[in-house]
Write a protein that binds this ligand. Structure first.
Ligand code: ADP
Ligand code: MG
Length: 911
């Protein structure tokens, strides 16, 4: 808890709040005017050493930050709620508010309070908002995670015309690195892209925000900001976008659709608004062609724990397991690539070539990694310098980055046969002018302060005038001491001293006995009497006065010169922004290539073969995360093969139906194959002995419902909604992982759903799939579905105990060993014994009246009703309601609510 600012008796600087109820004080008037102009932000209103928040803002912030809510004065007869945060700690509070999705307008005092007083007693200090801080538009190191991009994303929609779906375009910007991209996409891809990019903030038009179809989805996302229509205006979009880059047209950006222009212009306009006109150094927008990346929806991402675990931590995720990068920019690029694996075999191959180069050249790898460690975060330092928030250390980062880039280029140029991606990066490394680094190296001191206003960052000897100013300031004692010696000689008084106090400033002092001498000619021409004390007489001199004035202003002057120097150096850097940004990108690419090769060597990964087939062959595959947890170099983790390639002559891939007891390793096996596909297509080597993968264009992974009552949703409903999405969307190039689907309901329901799902995958989706299940009955399907392949995880029973071998092999599990697993888990012996008796009885009954799953007719679908059903209004209304549902666009909660609504409608039906 932080104490709020204590109430001071003076209240607002305009004096006590207005007496009576009706009138606002001048400060309140100013506050209300500024607040009215920024209605959707918390207003940080600068008052001296604090940012104050008032009214509802104060209540929100006090609750969010856990600081004390007090009151200050009255407005319209009511107490004004207030809280405050100290300016020197404001970054930390900003960080927490932004992380919770708030937006903050920072309002500063634009003049010294003394200036305001000069205008008259009632004058208010001039204030205005200098910046809007929103989750998607941050540049400060303290507010950003160094290893993650922070995107602002705009969604633009073209309404559906008859018979067509709505079309969308999205544009996203990381203003802290300058990245700027655009894509046109359909509804499902919008969600998949948002899941991939995890934008810090999303902007949409008011209309889209209120749209009954789209709004429920938007409500599931953090930090969505609705904006007025002009931001998404089509007529001015091109002009706004071109204007940002100082161009007259956007033709140079390639052919952008009207919708793409709108999304891009919305981003630009929002950046300008929040930065109050400052223009961060954005790269020209790059269009992401549709289908260029592997589509992975949100459920699959969290399920496979790509960038964080289900518990929300980076540790334990795939990203954490494979990240060997040594720079923040490299870590960000690696995360980007992991989030968006490619679908073009050639492009993937180019990345593999780069990794292969460093796998083969161990010395170059070690050397590059060593040099990269000295390369700072160029992109983010550059962005801060451009928007005027940079400090001396950002200049140093540019210097060190350029030097490191040149060194790396020289290192790589020794290899004429280098991989194409690396050759291109080498060229980019050479782009910044080395003269900039030279200039910075000469100009900057060895030790640098964090803030430029602290001064002391310009190296001695760089600027003669600055050196003089500093000499006066820093060496004031020496200058004065020299003067003291000279005066002692002139006056012939050995005990003459030059002293300093706050009343007189510098003065010459002699004992009373020598005072007369200095007061008489000729010395009185030099020494001017100031003060006579009991034992001493004090004088000043013209020279001392001048020297003192010089010393007093020297510090100011030195700082002024330093700030000018800073601006000059920053300007030099900014003119080279594009070259520096290119070099920054190249450093990140090198970091990723070496990091992935380091990983490959360390963990014995191999280069996968990627092609346009529908094959999927993994030999000796391992789970990249689990194997590291088990800590084995070929140690305890059991490698397994997988072959989902089309079994000739079938044109489509296989479905593995995996059975085996709990804890056998089914889930691990499913996931490892999905992760191998992701790693391969992001450009990494893979944890296997050999892998050949025909490009996957869409990846789905679902796990049967585990109880999730805490989050208050019907888990079975979630499971079904997610399964529906797969069955509706997966094409022949998809890879589908279904783990124990149907577990969330009664056995027969669950089994039937699993059964029908497999049939649908086999007959309609025709995709490669892995399906783990505890329903042994499903293995009968293999007899009828030619591309269904039964596999099982081997276990051994030994003296009544079950031993897990984690070996996947053809065949079906004979039984589930549930009781043995329960025994391993430590259930009391009496319970285990009783369970065995019950099981024996159940199995005997089952044999007596076989369920006969083998006889289930395949693909007969539901039997048709014998005669057309009589007309029923309730049925019509249910059907109409059903037809209007869009399952892909519903959150689990919406889906559940819709289900209840349907049930109510159905209940209205006459019996
Ligand atoms: P299931 O889904 O069949 O219940 P899991 O995949 O959850 O089983 O695996 C259970 C545990 O077995 C895992 O936590 C892991 O430690 C271990 N395990 C799984 N597969 C392997 C393997 N191939 N080699 C070694 N240990 C494994
Ligand atoms: Mg499992």
């Amino acid at each position: 808890m932080d104490a709020a600012r204590p109430l001071t008796p003076s209240g607002f600087e305009s004096g006590p709040p207005a007496e009576g109820a009706a009138r606002a004080t001048p400060v309140m008037e100013q506050y209300i005017e500024i607040k009215t102009a920024n209605p959707d932000c918390l207003l940080f209103y600068r008052m001296g050493d604090f940012y104050e928040l008032f009214f509802e803002d104060a209540e929100i912030a006090a609750r969010a930050l856990g600081i004390v809510l007090t009151k200050r004065g009255k407005h319209l007869g009511r107490d004004i709620p207030m809280c405050g945060v100290p300016v020197h700690r404001s970054d930390e509070y900003l960080h927490r508010l932004i992380a919770m999705g708030h937006r903050v307008a920072v309002c500063e005092q634009l003049e010294d309070p003394a200036e305001a007083r000069k205008r008259g007693g009632k004058s208010v200090v001039r204030r205005d908002v200098i910046r809007l801080v929103t989750p998607g538009t941050l540049t400060e190191d303290t507010l950003l995670d160094a290893r993650r991009n922070n995107y602002l994303l705009a969604i633009a929609r073209a309404r559906a015309s008859a018979g067509e779906d709505s079309r969308f375009a999205i544009a996203w910007i990381d203003i802290s690195t300058g990245e700027f991209r655009i894509a046109e996409c359909d509804r499902a891809a919008v969600a998949a892209d948002i899941a991939r990019l995890e934008p810090g903030e999303i902007i949409v038009s008011d209309a889209l925000y209120a749209d009954p179809e789209f709004a429920p989805y938007l409500r599931t996302l953090p930090a969505v900001t609705p904006l007025t229509r002009d931001v998404f205006d089509g007529a001015s979009a091109e002009r706004r976008l071109a204007g940002y880059f100082g161009l007259s047209t956007t033709d140079g950006f390639g052919a952008l659709s009207r919708l793409e222009l709108i999304a891009a212009a919305a981003c630009i306009t929002y950046v300008e608004r929040t930065q109050l006109g400052q223009r961060p150094p954005l790269s020209p927008p790059v269009r992401e062609p549709q289908g260029a990346t592997l589509l992975i929806d949100q459920a699959t991402r969290s399920n496979l724990e790509l960038v964080r675990t289900l518990a929300g931590e980076r540790r334990g995720s795939l990203l954490a397991a494979i990240d060997r990068s040594v720079t923040a920019a490299g870590s960000r690029l690696l995360a980007q690539r992991l989030a968006a694996p490619l679908t073009g075999a050639d492009a993937i191959g180019r990345r593999h070539d780069a990794v292969a180069f460093f796998v083969a050249n161990a010395v170059a790898r070690a050397d590059v990694r060593e040099r990269l460690k000295a390369a700072p975060d160029l992109a983010r330092s550059l962005a801060r310098l451009v928007v005027g928030r940079g400090g001396p250390r950002d200049l140093a980062a540019i210097r060190d980055g350029i030097i490191a880039a040149a060194g790396l280029a020289a290192e790589l140029e020794r290899f004429p046969e280098i991989a194409a991606e690396l050759a291109q990066a080498t060229q980019s490394l050479r782009r910044p002018d080395p003269a900039i680094a030279d200039e910075l190296a000469i100009a900057l001191a060895d030790e640098l302060p964090h803030l430029k206003r602290d001064g002391g960052f310009v190296r001695a000897g760089y600027d003669g005038v600055l050196d003089e100013a500093r000499a006066l300031r820093d060496e004031s004692r020496r200058v004065i001491a020299a003067l003291q010696g000279r005066y002692a000689d002139t006056a012939g008084v050995r005990g003459l001293k030059i002293r300093h106090n706050n009343v007189l400033g510098y003065f010459v002092e002699v004992t009373a006995q020598h005072g007369e001498k200095l007061l008489a000619p000729p010395l009185n021409a030099t020494f001017i009497h100031r003060q006579t004390l009991a034992g001493q007489v004090r004088f000043t001199t013209t020279e001392l006065g001048e020297l003192e004035a010089k010393i007093a202003s020297a510090a100011d002057r030195a700082l002024g010169i330093e700030l000018e120097t800073f601006d000059k150096l920053a300007a030099t850097v900014i003119t080279a922004a594009t070259a520096i940004k290119d070099a920054a990108g190249a450093l990140a690419i090198l970091d990723v290539a070496t990091a992935l090769s380091q990983l490959a060597v360390e963990r014995h990964y191999v280069r996968p073969e990627i092609d346009g087939s529908l094959d999927f062959i993994v030999e000796g595959g391992r789970h990249p995360v689990v194997e590291q947890v088990l800590g084995g170099d070929g140690g305890p983790f059991v490698a397994n093969d997988c072959d989902l390639s089309p079994p000739p002559p079938a044109p489509h891939g296989r479905i593995y139906l995996l059975t085996g007891p709990n804890m056998a390793g089914k889930s691990t096996y499913l996931r490892q194959n999905a992760l191998i596909a992701i790693l391969a297509q992001m450009g990494s080597f893979v944890p296997a002995r050999r892998a050949r993968i025909g490009v996957v264009d869409r990846l789905f992974s679902r796990v049967g419902a585990a109880d999730d009552i805490a989050r208050g949703r019907s888990t079975f409903m979630v499971e079904m909604v997610e399964t529906a999405a797969i069955l509706n969307q997966a094409g022949e190039r998809a890879l589908v992982i279904l783990d124990e689907i149907g577990r969330g309901t009664a056995t027969f329901d669950g089994l039937s759903i699993a059964w029908a799902t497999i049939e649908h995958l086999h007959e309609t989706n025709r995709c490669r799939a892995l399906f783990a299940t505890h329903f042994h009955e499903l293995t009968a399907l293999a007899a009828k579905l030619p591309r269904l392949f039964n596999a099982t995880v081997r276990v051994k029973e030994w003296q009544g105990e079950v031993v897990f071998l984690h070996e996947v092999m053809p065949g079906a599990a004979d039984r589930s060993y549930g009781i043995q697993v329960a025994k391993l888990a430590g259930l009391p012996a009496s319970v285990i014994e009783r369970a065995k008796v019950v099981l024996a009885k159940l199995e005997a009954d089952d044999r007596a009246s076989p369920r006969g799953f083998d006889d289930l007719p395949l693909f007969a679908a539901a039997p048709r009703p014998a005669s057309p059903a009589p007309h029923d209004a309730a049925v019509d209304s249910v059907v109409a309601a059903l037809a209007s549902l869009h399952p892909d666009e519903m959150s689990p909660r919406d889906a559940l609510e819709a289900l209840y609504a349907l049930k109510t409608k159905a209940a209205a039906r006459e019996p």
